[in-house]
Design a protein around this ligand. Structure first.
Ligand code: NAP
Length: 290
């Protein structure tokens, strides 16, 4: 049992912190910007709510964090009341936010200078994966730190991979999002085409999902895409944040992402349709917009 802190009890962080307590049996201190959520978590799971990230991190062996973007992450780590001001020597800060590789490297260097370790550890699997404790976690950082932290991360994950040095976790998450962007657009066009061709979409998917076109998105999203319901987790606003990180990184490393760039613009269309909070499969709605 370790002393664990968790910063950011959003859609993802709330259940992830819960698994650290219920499955891991760890002693938890949580922080959330909107304090009522931290109080609710503490009364539901049994733990302590701290008023600042700094106080949450004080004395902890492992500090997890799952906030929105680079700026939020900078605030809860390096800010005046940030966790980095109180991390004890030898502790590990594990960031589950989807952020840039640059900030991961910056925070890893900062942690090193202050005598503790940093892992960038973005997740995939969505709200359902967080609630079921079945996330995929892509980790960047030193092999030794990874080895120490893995049994704790395992509490909310079905797959935890060490991808390389600082930033490699975020880079792997970018690869994941590049895959999803093109795939969801392809699936949107396919389902829309099947509808226009007066095919029975259920029958079509029942057959082709057993062949080479199969994917997680197909298995899990075809029905809601056909029915035009888009409230199943990962929001378009978040996806655009992630794709902007991918496109900026590609600018630096010279990779070509023509389809990803196009799909990013398609998501901008969905935002303009009022779909900022719709899930990522809402690309199909754009095909029938007036
Ligand atoms: P969310 O529900 O919006 O939660 C964000 C959390 O971060 C909230 O606890 C929020 O506090 C806190 N926060 C944001 N900015 C902050 C700041 N400047 N200072 C302090 N706290 C701050 O988001 P989420 O869906 O859990 O996603 C969190 C991260 O995981 C994002 O990077 C997202 O891209 C990634 N992710 C999400 C999913 C998904 O399906 N949702 C899947 C994979 C990865 P308040 O409660 O006060 O707002």
């Amino acid at each position: 049992m370790a002393k664990v802190a968790f910063i950011g009890l959003g859609v993802m962080g709330y259940p992830m912190a819960g698994h650290l307590k219920t499955r891991g049996g760890h002693e938890l201190t949580v922080y959330n910007r909107t304090a009522a959520k931290a109080e609710k978590w503490a009364s539901e799971f049994g733990g302590t709510a701290a008023p600042t990230p700094k106080e949450a991190a004080d004395g902890a062996d492992f500090v997890f964090c799952c906030v929105g973007n680079d700026d939020d992450l900078r605030q809860v780590t390096l800010g005046e009341d940030g966790a980095f001001q109180a991390m004890k020597a030898g502790a590990v800060f594990i960031d589950n936010t989807t952020a840039s590789a640059e900030i991961a490297r910056e925070l890893a260097a900062e942690a090193d200078a202050r005598g503790f370790a940093f892992l960038d550890a973005p997740v995939s699997g969505g709200q359902a994966g967080a609630e079921n404790g079945q996330l995929t976690v892509m980790v960047g950082g030193s092999a030794d730190t990874f080895k120490r932290a893995k049994p704790v991360i395992d509490c909310f994950a079905k797959m935890v991979g060490h991808m390389g040095e600082a930033g490699a976790g975020q880079l792997t998450k970018m690869v994941n999002q590049i895959c999803i962007a093109g795939l969801v657009q392809g699936l949107s066009e396919a389902v829309n085409f099947a509808q226009k061709a007066d095919l029975d979409v259920e029958k079509v998917i029942g057959v082709i999902s057993k062949g080479a076109a199969q994917s997680w998105q197909m298995e899990n999203r075809w029905e809601t895409m056909r029915d035009g319901t888009f409230d199943f987790g990962f929001a378009v606003d978040w996806m655009r944040k992630d794709l902007s990180i991918c496109l900026a990184e590609a600018n630096r490393n010279g990779a070509q992402l023509p389809v990803t760039a196009l799909v990013d613009q398609f998501y901008a269309d969905v935002q303009a349709m009022g779909g900022s909070r719709w899930d990522t499969s809402s690309l199909i709605a754009r095909l029938d917009r007036k």
